[in-house]
Design a protein around this ligand. Structure first.
Ligand code: 5AD
Ligand code: SF4
Length: 467
């Protein structure tokens, strides 16, 4: 597969910078190595694959270890405070590496770097950080590297102009059979706890033609799973003139010839339509799984979060999806301890997970993000108490997951065998309903679809291939 993600060419100016960097680093005498350290969500993983694509174009070899790298780039996440703390620690550790390798360049990018306060901190307190750049200028990496390598000043580039998406950025997909395709960038929802709209900017949808081209290229080169990505995939197409919304896009990708499956995330309940559920039902390549974050089971808290749906609306979506696809599975995101949430309101979250029976849930304790509306809301409940609620939630979800998993024993499901498992003799396969199943077999099965009979469940599901 071409290193370019679509036919629209990567800006020639950046290609020229990449060529100049290549000439400089080949003069080092040995192959220069670059390491990309990624934090956060799938969007960031995909962004890092594009960073690696550009680094390869510049002539760098990709390494997994920071110690032997000539270029280290930290692609960061700002969704919760904990992730930010880790980044400061890990970036700090490069000071020592710089003493050992005077050619080493250190860069920080992504959602955390986009915040001015963070960029200022790197500027003032981390003099060994060479380049800091935000989420909307990453395609200019060759330019930044060239300028710094040729003795230019430290680079701080945080422009957030919400301009047209730059297409054709080279991509280095690590997996040969499953890959991400971003369909929207940014977010316009402004949930009151969330920093994403501030650091990724306005929601912009890629042209359907670009997405289809990328999908077709992937299928033609043997990819078996395509994961469509966006902060809110359901609102795909807003602002595009062609009238193609997410439901229509799914149908168009489904029509690409080949043996592959389609997944997508994340869906926002306020934009999840019956038209979309119909498309999921009708498209045989679209998996029977919906990741639909509800965040809180209390209408008052949902209002304070600016989620723009009610518990009842959420439950009606679940019902509408189940009516169309009785075997569908749901996963979700939940925040515990949003400012002002009471124990009674938290109990409404507990009752909602029991009512829906999610196969799994990503659960978070509220983390205060500067500049967001929730940051100034009264937050009287202690961290300790939130921790106790959080444990209750985990316990309840664990019971539900166990029950659902036990119900699966004896069933046969189609899985895509994805990777070796930590357990000798087993591989990890993923079902259409997004469950991980330990499948007996050798590594040559990786990247193939198999029907697997689920034999048992003890913390994980175990199965064997059946013909
Ligand atoms: N605190 C805790 N969790 C958060 N999320 C987003 N912002 C915050 C925050 N400030 C969670 C939401 C979202 C997921 C990606 O991260 O549940 O769906
Ligand atoms: Fe954040 Fe809400 Fe946008 Fe998701 S939909 S990225 S939670 S603002």
């Amino acid at each position: 597969m071409s290193i370019f993600s679509s036919d629209v060419s990567y800006p020639t100016e950046q290609q020229a910078y990449a060529e100049k960097v290549r000439r400089i680093i080949t003069a080092f005498g040995k192959t220069a190595k670059a390491c990309v350290v990624t934090y956060g969500c799938q969007q960031n993983v995909n962004d890092s694959q594009r960073l690696k694509g550009m680094l390869r174009l510049m002539g760098y070899e990709i390494t997994e270890t920071e110690e032997n790298a000539d270029f280290i780039i930290f692609n960061t996440c700002a969704v919760r405070e904990h992730a930010e703390d880790r980044v400061f620690g890990n970036v700090g550790a490069t000071k020592k590496l710089k003493r050992e390798n005077k050619n080493l360049i250190v860069a920080v990018c992504g959602c955390m770097a986009q915040q001015k306060s963070v960029a200022d901190k790197f500027k003032e307190s981390y003099p060994y950080v060479d380049i800091v750049f935000g989420t909307q200028v990453s395609h200019r990496l060759p330019e930044f590297v060239y300028k710094r390598l040729t003795g230019g000043k430290r680079i701080f580039e945080l422009e957030l102009k919400n301009e047209k998406i730059v297409e054709g950025v080279p991509i280095d997909r690590e997996d040969r059979f499953k890959g991400y395709i971003p369909i929207t960038y940014g977010c316009d929802n402004f949930c009151t706890y969330c920093i994403v709209p501030y650091v990724r900017g306005r929601e912009r949808s890629r042209a359907a033609g670009e997405i289809l081209k990328e999908a077709k290229q992937m299928v033609d080169s043997g990819y078996k799973e395509i994961m469509l990505l966006g902060q809110n995939v359901n609102s795909y197409g807003k602002g595009n003139a062609d009238g193609i919304n997410f439901a229509k896009l799914l149908r168009m990708i489904n029509d690409i010839k080949g043996d592959f499956i389609i997944r997508f995330m994340t869906s926002h309940p306020k934009d999840c339509t019956e038209e979309l559920l119909d498309a999921m039902r009708d498209c045989e390549k679209v998996e029977r799984h919906l990741h639909l974050p509800f965040q809180s089971g209390s209408d008052r808290v949902l209002g304070a979060m600016n989620r723009r749906y009610t518990r009842e609306k959420y439950l009606s979506l679940i019902k509408a999806a189940r009516e169309r696809m009785p075997d569908i599975s749901f996963t979700t995101d939940i925040i515990v301890g949003f400012p002002g949430e009471t124990y009674e309101e938290f109990c409404e979250t507990l009752s909602l997970i029991k009512e829906v029976e999610f196969s799994s849930a990503f659960t978070f304790i509220y983390s205060k993000r500067q500049r967001t509306p929730a940051a100034v809301m009264p937050d009287p409940v202690s961290r300790k108490e939130k921790g106790e609620w959080f444990s209750l939630l985990l316990k309840e979800q664990d019971k539900i997951s166990k029950k659902l998993n036990n119900n699966l024993v004896g069933q046969t499901v189609r899985v895509l065998i994805e990777e070796p498992s930590p357990e000798e003799g087993f591989l990890i396969g993923r079902s259409g309903t997004a469950l991980n199943i330990y499948v007996e077999g050798e590594k040559d099965l990786i990247g193939t679809f198999k029907n697997v009979k689920i034999n048992s469940y003890t913390n994980v599901l175990y199965g064997t291939v059946v013909e």
